[in-house]
Write a protein that binds this ligand. Structure first.
Ligand SMILES: Nc1ncnc2c1ncn2[C@@H]1O[C@H](COP(=O)(O)OP(=O)(O)OP(=O)(O)O)[C@@H](O)[C@H]1O
Ligand SMILES: [Mg+2]
Length: 349
């Protein structure tokens, strides 16, 4: 890709219009200090210094798209509670259109991490994943159908919390395909067979392994799984993310590309998968080829793992990283080197 083509692509990314549908969450952080053990039980007492919230799950994918200046709207559900209202506020404050979000009588999915001295002390999850009532699924299908004409791509972010159902996909996939929209999926292991006919999936190693029913230990295990999934799901591409191993891309035309990580230093891998699907979809919606989109997404992931916390990438950071890599004459980082692993908070695990 030439420098001009790359500049053009990054400019078009800011005009891409993406709908993210899936399991919305709120990430809550409680930061503090520990100086003693509780007299009540053998647990540390955290003295709270600061609290913060961030969009999580599908909302974090939307946040990643917005950080690159893409136009993004979200569809999904939140609870009719204080957390749901906080999440809607966070979205609106980041210019993420929440008009497809339905508030219902069920708790908002919230993951609270208590962090002291850069270490996660405990994570507290609030969530319910009962199947949604029929009426709500229909309401979500309607939201999606109404928005399809005004977007370039749909991201389906499936954490298995109830939003992504067979009925939703049976409505969404044919309607989006008819309008030639890109559809990408960050999949949930048990749901693979619902995704037939989408443009591309971005499973991680465990999810791809779960889908084919075996562990993927070696590169050739990954290769077999990628090819098998490509055929089974009749999609354009399968992009398997492999943590420190980078990614492997499988394309319908038989193309198979190994993409090593470009991360120089690793602080926190949480949310890297969300960054991958966000950037991959933005690039596809802006006219990049599948292989270019994967490489760009891999660069973005290489940047976020070098930041502390669930992070996003700015256009300037991505432009700088890509300029080094896509211009053959420039100095490239040593891609073979294993990234240096620094202290990790890894609040996601
Ligand atoms: N330890 C690491 N070292 C270098 N690069 C990494 C590391 N972890 C992740 N990456 C980069 O991030 C990309 C996505 O990571 P990964 O495969 O862990 O996704 P994931 O499991 O879906 O993550 P999550 O669900 O936590 O967001 C990788 O393809 C790679 O480019
Ligand atoms: Mg993931």
């Amino acid at each position: 890709m030439t420098a001009d083509a790359l500049d053009g692509l990054l400019t078009r990314i800011a005009q891409a219009r993406i709908l993210v549908i899936g399991d919305l969450m709120l990430d809550e952080f409680i930061w503090g200090k520990v100086s003693r053990i509780s007299p009540e039980a053998p647990v540390p007492i955290v003295w709270v210094e600061r609290e913060s919230v961030m969009p999580g799950g599908a909302a974090n994918v939307a946040n990643n798209i917005r950080a690159l200046r893409g136009q993004v709207r979200v569809a999904g559900i939140v609870g009719n509670d204080r957390w749901g209202r906080l999440l809607l506020q966070e979205l609106a404050g980041r210019q993420i259109d929440p008009s497809g979000v339905i508030a219902i009588e069920r708790p908002t999915t919230v993951k609270t991490r208590v962090i002291a001295h850069h270490q996660q002390v405990v994570r507290v999850d609030r969530e319910e994943h009962m199947p949604l009532p029929q009426r709500l699924i229909q309401q979500l299908c309607k939201v999606v159908e109404e928005q399809l004409d005004d977007i370039d791509a749909v991201v389906i972010e499936d954490y298995g919390k109830g939003v992504v159902t067979r009925q939703l996909l049976e409505t969404l996939v044919p309607a989006a395909r008819k309008r030639r929209k890109v559809i990408t999926v960050d999949p949930k292991e048990e749901h693979f067979d619902l995704y037939r006919g989408v443009t591309a999936l971005t499973p991680n190693r465990a999810e791809a392994g779960g889908a084919v029913g075996r562990e993927l230990e070696t590169d050739s295990d990954v290769e077999r799984a990628g090819k098998e999934l490509l055929k089974r799901l009749a999609c354009e591409a399968i992009l398997i993310t492999l943590g420190e191993g980078g990614m492997q891309l499988f394309e319908r035309d038989g193309g198979h590309t190994r993409i090593p990580t470009v991360a120089q230093e690793v602080f926190d891998v949480a949310g890297a998968g969300d960054t991958v699907i966000a950037v991959f979809t933005l690039a596809l919606a802006s006219g990049a080829s599948v292989a270019e989109a994967a490489r760009i997404a891999n660069h973005a992931a290489g940047i976020v793992v070098g930041k502390v916390g669930v992070a996003t990438v700015t256009p300037e950071e991505l432009r700088t990283a890509l300029a080094v890599s896509f211009r053959p004459s420039s100095r490239r980082p040593n891609r073979r080197a294993r990234p240096k692993v620094s202290a990790r908070i890894n609040p996601r695990t």
